[in-house]
Design a protein around this ligand. Structure first.
Ligand code: NDP
Ligand code: 2IT
Length: 445
């Protein structure tokens, strides 16, 4: 590693002690871009790395709310406005009990490079809370979302910072948050994306992340002279990203045999019936376990990590960070996996990533392959600014083209810097260069 990059990494580790996820994300990016720093002395002279690793602004706030029995609760809210070199801060809001500052900083940091890769004008940010929407009534979720937005609305705006969904934040939560923002600020504009279709949402945003993952994977398969047709696929998770990755993979002729949630996984040798999963997860908010009661021949196994022991050609991790470790990677490779393309953010541990790269399979990091979600959020912002709505086909075609471009740019950057086929390096380098160039142009800020 370049000496300046190493020095910055040490400083970042020193200043952010205990923030394991954030440090994992920073280390990967800095290692990848080391050869760029060697070639571009101007980045070091302008302390670009020190600046890019420090969020522009971090907001942490109290979120008090009342449950249905009248008891008081307090959660912690976060919004990390990481980098605005390319546009308004943009990134989702995660609602999950595991959320802390390190989680949000890792996601916000990744988002800078992901948003840059989309080619749209979006900076990087992320937010959320340690609130757990699971098991809460609609009214409890509404009161939480209203309280969360009562504070957050002071810091966001359609041209400043535009949050969206992520784990635990879907159409219901975005609706409550949008309502409260509009009520307090007395403006109706595209301050959030992932909105409902009746009040400014974009067609195809719901599908975008999952479809984008499959579009991206398809480009990698094409390069290797193959396709989804007839392939056996395993998709972890059963939320927004997982469901629409399965839908698109099936439409391209793949057989998806497994999905999961945080409790366990289902194996359906005949191919997953997605309509059952949608009903269970999108409508009834039930556990994936129920699938085995509804579909003959399907088997449920407790514990989600076992999903990677199922033999498959293509694995799409679409649940959460570090869900696929070195051991799981070894098992997948032993079973003959040809592609691992990430729908989640940082789902593979560093050991797993190394194993995939060494094995020279088609491996894509989330910041490239799941960028279709935020890209389509960017398209939602564009439609809101125009006060127009595009058709499903129009948005889907743009999404498809964006994924093709990201694949091409990451692939070319990997080649340019001497590591052909390494999409981790390619994505980090291509994403970084654009942000760094803009930061240089803006002077010392
Ligand atoms: P959802 O909340 O819709 O679904 C999350 C899924 O992952 C659920 O099946 C959930 O199971 C599972 N999951 C969550 N946490 C864990 C955990 N700790 N261990 C095992 N499984 C877990 O979220 P999304 O589908 O939106 O997000 C999935 C991933 O994709 C995340 O990494 C997110 O950051 C990323 N992403 C999302 C985008 C979007 O547009 N929504 C865009 C780009 C990336 P359970 O219900 O049991 O918790
Ligand atoms: O991780 C992500 O890119 C998202 N959760 C989507 C962010 C967005 O602004 O649509």
């Amino acid at each position: 590693m370049n000496a300046y990059v190493e020095k910055v990494l040490k400083e970042v580790e020193q200043r952010n002690q205990g923030e394991a996820l954030f440090l994992q994300a920073v280390k990967e990016v800095l290692e990848s871009i080391s050869p760029v720093i060697e070639r571009h002395k101007e980045y070091q002279d302008a302390s670009i790395l020190e600046r890019i690793c420090e969020p522009e602004r971090q907001i942490i706030f109290r979120v008090p709310w009342q449950d249905d029995k009248g008891a008081f609760h307090v959660n912690r809210g976060f919004r990390v406005q990481f980098n605005s070199a390319l546009g308004p801060y943009k990134g989702g809001l995660r609602l999950h009990p595991s959320v802390n500052l390190s989680t949000i900083k890792f996601l916000g940091f990744e988002q800078i490079f992901k948003n840059s890769l989309t080619g749209l004008m979006m900076g990087g940010g992320k937010g959320g809370s340690d609130f757990d929407p699971k098991g809460k009534s609609d009214n409890e979720v509404m009161r939480f979302c209203q309280s969360f937005m009562t504070e957050l609305c002071k810091y966001i705006d359609a041209d400043t910072d535009v949050p969206a969904g992520d784990i635990g934040t879907g159409a219901r939560e975005i609706g409550y948050m949008f309502g409260q923002y509009k009520r307090i600020r007395n403006v109706f504009h595209g301050v959030l994306t992932g909105k409902g279709l009746t009040y400014g949402g974009s067609l195809a945003r719901t599908q975008a992340t999952g479809y984008g993952v499959v579009y991206f994977c398809n480009e990698m398969l094409k390069d290797r002279g193959t396709s989804f047709d007839g392939k056996t696929v395993v998709v972890s998770g059963s939320g927004n990203v997982a469901i629409y990755a399965v839908e698109k993979a099936q439409s391209l002729g793949a057989k998806v045999v497994a999905m999961s949630d945080s409790n366990g996984y289902i194996y359906d040798k005949d191919g997953i019936d997605l309509s059952i999963v949608k009903q269970l997860k999108e409508v009834e908010r039930k556990r994936i376990k129920e699938y085995a009661n509804l579909k003959k021949g399907a088997v449920y196994t407790e514990g989600c990590k076992g999903i990677w022991t199922i033999k498959c050609d293509i694995a799409l991790p679409c649940a959460t960070q570090n869900e696929l470790d070195g051991e799981a990677a070894k098992t997948l490779l032993k079973n003959g996996v040809i592609a691992v393309v990430e729908g989640a953010n940082m789902p593979s541990t560093p050991d797993a990533v190394e194993a995939f790269i060494n094995a020279k399979i088609a491996y894509a990091p989330g910041k490239a392959s799941n960028a279709g979600g935020v890209a389509t959020s960017g398209l939602e912002m564009a439609q809101n600014s125009q006060r127009l709505s595009w058709t499903f086909e129009e948005v889907d075609n743009k999404l498809h083209q964006i994924m093709i471009n990201i694949h091409k740019n990451a692939k070319e950057a990997a080649e340019e810097y001497g590591t052909p086929g390494n999409m981790v390096n390619g994505a980090n380098i291509a994403g970084f260069k654009k942000v760094a160039t803009a930061m240089l142009a803006h002077g010392l800020i």
